[in-house]
Design a protein around this ligand. Structure first.
Ligand SMILES: [Zn+2]
Ligand SMILES: [Zn+2]
Length: 265
């Protein structure tokens, strides 16, 4: 029984040390803690303030919640911790892809590469453009040939009612020309689909390569895409000033991945 009592007593003593705030804020009004009290305290330090920021070194002040003893630690700037383009620690926001660090650029590249529909190299694009252009010329030629066939009156027929010779159209010539035109148009449609497909793939290739170069800015990427878009529209004789469909896809993809709208400066 005596043994149990002594165990309880020593346990109580441990608790008393644990409850040392009563020691620290002693009721005699003496709020300063002396070194012997601190020595007895089983400190429990909490971070109470820090002057370090993402970009500047500073101090972290820890204080014991029982005896209020403080520990000051020098800390180095932690650097921003970005979630997309916004630092979750300080709110610093990146608005231009040229401000991304290499790690972020790699992440952007990998994510873009992952969602990229396909890429097409410049040789394939160039061959596709040549085919597209010649198919379009073929359609023009066939259209002209059909017009000519319709306007020709190569057949000489005697009109017994009037007693005159008349010149009439050659329907077979027209039917043949129409057949040629139909064929040329369906081939052109295939070439156009293929060319649009390759343009889209090449635009993505341009984007990926430019991001990979680690030299991209909003302006430089936008300019590359705008230049290529203009070439595409010109080669298609389009009078549209709106960029091809792939442009919005690429802009939106980058915005979704990293939060940056490359169309803003
Ligand atoms: Zn303490
Ligand atoms: Zn930050």
């Amino acid at each position: 029984m005596k043994k149990i009592l002594s165990i309880i007593l020593s346990f109580g003593a441990v608790l008393l040390v644990g409850c040392s705030p009563t020691n620290a804020n002693s009721s005699d009004g003496n709020s300063t803690t002396n070194s012997s009290q601190q020595a007895k305290c089983s400190h429990d330090y909490r971070l109470i303030s820090s002057t370090a920021t993402c970009t500047q070194d500073g101090e972290e002040i820890f204080e014991c919640r029982y005896c209020y003893q403080q520990n000051i630690k020098n800390v180095q700037a932690a650097g921003h911790s970005y979630n997309k383009n916004v630092c979750s620690a300080c709110g610093n926001t990146i608005t231009d892809i040229s401000q991304l660090n290499y790690e972020q650029i790699d992440e952007l590249y990998d994510a873009l590469f992952y969602i990229c529909p396909y890429t097409v190299d410049s040789d394939t694009l160039s061959a596709s453009r040549t085919l597209y252009t010649s198919a379009r010329e073929q359609v023009e030629d066939c259209t002209n040939a059909l017009d000519a066939a319709k306007n020709q009156r190569p057949v000489r027929v005697y009109n017994s009612a009037t007693g005159q010779w008349e010149y009439q159209i050659n329907q077979k010539l027209i039917d043949d020309a129409q057949g040629d035109l139909d064929e040329a148009e369906s081939f052109f449609a295939l070439c156009e689909d293929s060319y649009l497909f390759n343009c889209k793939g090449f635009a993505w290739e341009l984007t990926l390569n430019h991001i990979k170069s680690k030299k991209a800015s909003n302006a430089s990427l936008k300019e590359k895409l705008a230049t290529f878009g203009a070439v595409q529209l010109l080669s298609m004789d389009s009078e549209s000033t709106k960029m091809p469909d792939w442009y919005d896809d690429i802009v939106l993809s980058i915005k979704t991945i990293i939060g940056i709208d490359i169309t803003t400066q």
